[in-house]
Design a protein around this ligand. Structure first.
Ligand SMILES: Cc1cc2nc3c(=O)[nH]c(=O)nc-3n(C[C@H](O)[C@H](O)[C@H](O)COP(=O)(O)O)c2cc1C
Length: 208
C-alpha cells in the first residue's frame, strides 16, 4: 500500500473485534510514530500501551464520568464536535449523550500519547513555538494511524475523556500532557466514509 492509498482509505473505527494484535505490528506502529518531525528534533512524546481488559473497562467508566461532569468541554476537547453519530442540526449536548464509548472495551490495544512541553532537547531561539510539542505529537499520531492502515489494522484518534481523570489513572507525569488515546485493532465492519469539502475550496494562490 503506498502512502496515498493509506491516507485516503484510513477511517476512524468505532467497532473492533477482540482479536489480539501481533506485537510486531505494535512495534512497527510505535517506530513510525518516532520518525515524526518535531521542533529541534526534540521528540517530545511518550507512549503508554494499555492492553489489559480491566484497564480498558476502567477507561470506559472514566469516559462515561467525563460525559456526566461535562469535563470533556472543560478540558478543551470540544474539537470532537460534531460528534460522529450526530444528526444534522442536533445539539452538541444531545449528540454527546448518544455517543457511546463502550466500544473501547473491545479495542485490544490503546496507546496513550503523552506530550512533553519541556523535552530534553529544547527548541531555542526566536522561532520557538510554545505549542510545538503538540504539533509534533499530532504528527506522531498521524504516522501511527497511517502505519496501522498499511498493516491492515483499524484505528481511532480518541479524545473523548477527562484529561485529569485519565492522566491520574495512567500515572502521567503532572508536567506532561496526555493528548490522545490511539485505538488499534482489527475492524468489525466498515465505517462510512465521511466526505471532505473539495480541497480546492481550502486553497488559494497567493497574489502579491
Ligand atoms: C484531534 C482529534 C480528536 C478526535 N477525537 C475523537 C473522539 O474522541 N472520538 C471519536 O470517535 N473520533 C474522534 N476523532 C476522529 C474524527 O471524528 C474523525 O477523524 C472525523 O470524523 C473524520 O472521519 P475519518 O477519520 O473517518 O476520515 C478525532 C480526530 C481528531 C483529529
Amino acid at each position: 500500500m503506498d502512502v496515498f492509498e493509506a491516507i485516503e482509505t484510513r477511517r476512524s473505527h468505532r467497532a473492533y473485534k477482540s482479536d489480539p494484535v501481533e506485537p510486531e505490528k505494535i512495534d512497527r506502529i510505535l517506530e513510525a510514530a518516532h520518525w515524526a518531525p518535531s521542533p529541534a528534533n526534540g521528540q517530545p512524546w511518550e507512549f503508554i500501551i494499555i492492553s489489559d481488559p480491566n484497564s480498558r473497562e476502567h477507561l470506559v467508566d472514566l469516559s462515561e464520568e467525563a460525559r456526566k461532569t461535562g469535563n470533556i468541554e472543560l478540558h478543551g476537547f470540544s474539537y470532537v464536535r460534531p460528534i460522529p453519530q450526530a444528526q444534522p442540526g442536533e445539539s452538541f449536548e444531545n449528540s454527546v449523550n448518544r455517543y457511546s464509548v463502550s466500544f473501547l472495551k473491545k479495542v485490544p490495544v490503546i496507546i496513550a500519547v503523552v506530550g512533553d512541553p519541556n523535552p530534553p532537547i529544547k527548541p531555542v531561539g526566536p522561532g520557538r513555538v510554545q505549542d510545538g510539542y503538540k504539533y509534533a505529537c499530532a504528527a506522531a499520531i498521524q504516522n501511527m494511524l497511517l502505519a496501522a492502515q498499511a498493516l491492515g489494522l483499524a484505528s481511532l484518534w480518541f479524545t473523548f475523556f477527562d484529561n485529569e481523570l485519565v492522566s491520574r489513572f495512567l500515572n502521567v507525569d503532572p508536567d506532561k500532557n496526555l493528548l490522545a488515546l490511539v485505538c488499534l485493532g482489527y475492524a468489525a465492519g466498515t465505517p462510512p466514509t465521511p466526505g471532505r469539502i473539495p480541497a480546492s475550496t481550502k486553497v488559494r494562490h497567493y497574489q502579491p
